[in-house]
Design a protein around this ligand. Sequence first.
Ligand code: THU
Length: 151
Amino acid sequence: MAKKPAHKRKARTSGKSSIRTRLIEAAKAAQKNAYCPYSRYPVGAAVITDSGRVFTGCNVENASFGLAICAERVAIFKAVSHGEKAIRALCVAAKSAKPCGACRQVIIEFAPKDAEIIYVDWNPMAKKHKVTFTKAGKLLPQAFNPSEAGL
Ligand code: THU
């Protein structure tokens, strides 16, 4: 039987390294679906939620440039729209991948401070990738904080 793509497989274990590998594979696979005819900068993202489900996203651009949406937000909004509001880890794959400021605010809405954030510096044309790990709590110093604002 043909093997299911990484993002459709159930987590085999809750081990850190298998989650990392799974998210990296899923983000790289999602990057291939990027719709980016204007920037030609494909981005893929994958999140794993507390229940172990993986959701992926890619950037989707538009002729009206401001309507483009980033891969990270597509993945997170897919998770939330499936009732999954707790992000355990997120991976973004692109050449010099790093989430933009808007995505960072969205990530911290759904990810606790200790959630793992993985950057995969990955150019589909290249043979090698570089992986960097950080934490959600480091993404946005002095972030807008709804409880401080009384929301
Ligand atoms: N982009 C992402 O998908 N994620 C980011 O974190 C940074 C930027 C996309 C948006 C746009 O389609 C293209 O990359 C160039 O900015």
